[in-house]
Design a protein around this ligand. Structure first.
Ligand code: KG4
Ligand code: ZN
Length: 342
């Protein structure tokens, strides 16, 4: 086994959902090469991601992407000093393709292997945008499937502070948009309409949950359905309804993020995931953060969507903290953040 030195290059692989991606990475945060293949067009005709099709697409794409990423970086496999791979959570067959490929590479090259949690990788993407980001910080992952708050300490060590007890914030926006007759994904549609509406037009509920750091959005969705049943509405009312609905989501997210910042005595908040693209959310976070001297870091959308550079950013920090995996590394469909390294 070759030793990993801080200037060794890392190869990173992501296959947990419908994007196959390979990165060549140099510490601390340099992406030397990156290659990505999206399966979105393949799955679209089925109306959603088909797991078996995803696994096959990953298998077909991965060799070519590895060659492309190496060529992009101007290096060969002999230059690689470590391999990082997403080990979960995700579609099990899809994750297995990446994990098996990474294990074979690490074994063949005789270099260390590190298994990365996909959600932790999403948070680590913030280092690619802000290389000077300091631990500890608060991280909010807010997407179509997740709404969680984590305290992140030195070595990329996660502790969950809160999560949604029902719908994710993106899911709430998507379901709300559907009730309003808007296309999927609903988040951007709601944001677009909300820009022309009054956020205080309708008093939709916020689930404060006794000041806990957990979230709940299912009551909000019901409140919208009831409102639409009881009132006459049409295209003219849409901007006000969208703005008020979006504000209820934004309010809960930004208030609880700031409670967490205060309770944990932190001064940086990192927001990642698809909903982080929402400009009203960013503005609300900044409004609340400014008076308490907290900085809000929101990486740009290309770093928030699935890629392999974020896997490398996480894997590099885990390696440096001595958290490498053995060749017995396994893929996992479900994987808790914080407790899931082997
Ligand atoms: O992270 P992501 O791309 O995929 C996963 O959920 O895994 O997040 C997608 C979610 C969808 O619910 C979508 O409606 C939401 O992010 N989203 C937005 C915006 N762009 C995407 N929500 C609010 N405002 C946006 N601009
Ligand atoms: Zn993802």
């Amino acid at each position: 086994m070759r030793n990993f030195s801080p200037d060794s290059l890392m190869l990173a692989i992501e296959t947990s959902c419908d994007e196959t991606a390979v990165a060549v990475f140099q510490a601390p945060d340099r992406v030397l090469g990156h290659a990505l293949a999206s399966q979105v067009a393949v799955h679209r005709r089925f109306g959603g991601v088909v797991p078996e099709v995803a696994s096959r697409c990953h298998l077909e794409a991965i060799d070519g992407l590895l060659q492309k990423a190496l060529a992009d970086a101007g290096v060969t496999l002999a230059d690689i000093g470590a391999v990082a791979v997403t080990r979960g959570p995700g579609l099990i067959g899809a994750v297995l393709v990446g994990v098996s490929y990474a294990k074979a590479l690490a074994w063949g090259l005789k270099v260390p292997l590190v298994g990365v949690n996909h959600l932790e990788a999403h948070v680590a993407a913030a280092f690619l945008y802000r290389p000077d980001l300091q631990f500890p910080f608060l991280a909010m992952v807010v997407s179509g499937g997740h709404t969680s708050l984590y305290r992140v300490d030195e070595g990329l060590v996660f502790a969950e502070l809160g999560r949604t007890i029902d719908d994710a914030a993106g899911e709430a926006l998507d379901k709300g948009a559907k009730l309003l007759g808007l296309p999927y994904p609903g988040g951007p549609e709601i944001e677009r309409l909300a820009a022309r509406g009054r956020a205080d037009a309708i008093a939709f509920p916020r689930a404060w949950l006794d000041q806990r750091l957990d979230f709940s959005f299912s009551g909000l969705k019901t409140a919208l359905r009831v409102y639409l049943e009881k009132h006459a509405w049409g295209t003219e009312q849409l901007p006000d309804i969208a703005a008020s609905y979006q504000e209820a989501v934004v309010d809960a997210l930004s208030a609880k993020a700031m409670w967490a910042v205060a309770r944990e005595n932190l001064s940086t908040l990192v927001v990642v995931g698809g909903v982080a693209a929402n400009q009203r959310l960013k503005a609300a976070m900044e409004e609340r953060a400014r008076p308490i001297g907290c900085e809000v870091v929101v990486p740009p959308p290309p770093l928030c969507t699935d890629n392999a550079a974020m896997v490398a950013a996480a894997g590099m920090r885990m390696m440096q903290a001595g958290r490498e995996s053995g060749l017995e590394l396994d893929a996992a469909a479900r994987l808790p953040v914080g407790g899931g390294h082997s």
